[in-house]
Design a protein around this ligand. Structure first.
Ligand code: TRP
Length: 329
């Protein structure tokens, strides 16, 4: 573990609000985690208490979703021998820091977070917990003294709050925290061309089988103004082409499809069938890996978490000791 000492720490997490993640998350943050795992001391955690900010009644699903999420991490190629995996709920230092940071947070800072408005628009209740979402997120980040935080664009404002709180703490009590930097990824739109591809707007998921993937792709929205396949079509903002850009590694083919689409020389079916082939090629090795992991059973996942949690608690314990010291408790 000593070799990790010289490496920058990358930290990120996901809320376990579903059994897996949409493949669009690969573009937003997952790919950068996989690519960076050998160069950075990578912490990937399941933000299980954060799931309660919008789904507090659903606490019984959190464990199942957590196991599903960790299996997703492992199947996309995050290596448990390199990455520190843990559950947020197992790091008590996070929640003690959350109390301290909440004292330093001004209400207007929380009121103007864009994600809050989105969540309220989706019908979530304005609870104290939802309001405090960014403070808890700042606690996740700061208690591990993280350097780099890969998140999708919708979390950008939260990273700013984390930086502000780190600076405010340091200047009030004494320097403890690094000022973390966000690595902001794109938010990929849903299959209907609306919103973020997530649990709420639907998408293609890592655990979808071929038939499901096919059905979803065939139902994807294209250019709404194009009536006949001989009409010139728009590729910009067109969900099928956005997904081609991200998931089809055959650059020539994508270029050819775009050209012909713009000239009215290709039908939606061909464009979608080629997208299906590309996404299947992306998903196939992930499915194979997942099968191997499923065979090892849940005990294996708990072992991975246990190892990670021991390390994460140690890191958090050291930071907390400094916090208490500079504050004079
Ligand atoms: N807010 C993240 C999401 O939208 C989850 C999260 C919670 C997180 N705490 C974090 C991400 C700390 C990065 C760092 O799913």
């Amino acid at each position: 573990m000593d070799v990790m000492k010289n490496k920058k720490r990358v930290l990120t997490g996901d809320r376990p609000t579903g059994l897996t993640l949409p493949i669009a998350a690969y573009v937003g943050t997952l790919k950068s985690r996989v690519d960076g795992q050998s160069s950075y001391d990578t912490f990937v955690f399941v933000a299980d208490y954060h799931a309660l900010t919008t789904h507090y009644e659903d606490s019984k699903h959190i464990l199942t979703n957590t196991l599903g999420l960790v299996k997703t991490y492992l199947s996309i190629g995050l290596d448990p021998n390199t990455v520190t995996f843990y559950r947020q709920s197992r790091i008590p230092q996070t929640f003690r820091l959350n109390v301290i940071l909440s004292m330093l947070t001004k209400m207007p800072e929380l009121e103007r977070q864009p994600m809050l408005k989105e969540k309220l628009a989706l019908g979530h209740k304005l609870t104290f917990g939802l309001m405090g979402y960014p403070v808890l997120m700042a606690s996740d980040i700061l208690i591990m003294n993280s350097d780099l935080i890969p998140v999708a664009k919708d979390n950008e404002a939260h990273i700013e709050i984390a930086k502000d709180l780190a600076r405010r703490f340091n200047s009030t009590y004494g320097k403890v925290f690094n000022i973390p930097e966000g690595i902001i990824g794109e938010v990929v739109i849903g299959l209907d061309g609306q919103g973020k591809s997530g649990k709420s707007t639907g998408g293609i998921y890592f655990t979808d089988d071929s038939d499901t993937v096919k059905r979803k792709i065939m139902g994807m929205y294209t250019d709404p103004n194009r009536i006949h396949s001989t009409d010139p079509g728009e590729v910009k903002g067109n969900p099928v082409f956005i997904y081609h850009e991200y998931f089809n590694d055959n650059v020539e083919e994508v270029k050819d499809l775009k050209d012909r689409y713009q000239k009215g020389k290709v039908g939606d079916i061909e464009v979608k069938e080629k997208l299906f082939i590309a996404i299947e090629k992306f998903l196939e090795p992930i499915r194979e890996e997942r099968e191997k992991i499923e065979k090892k059973g849940d005990d294996y996942i708990f072992d991975v978490l246990k190892t990670g949690e021991e390390r994460a608690q140690k890191v958090a314990g050291e930071i907390e000791a400094k916090v208490m010291e500079v504050m004079g408790f």
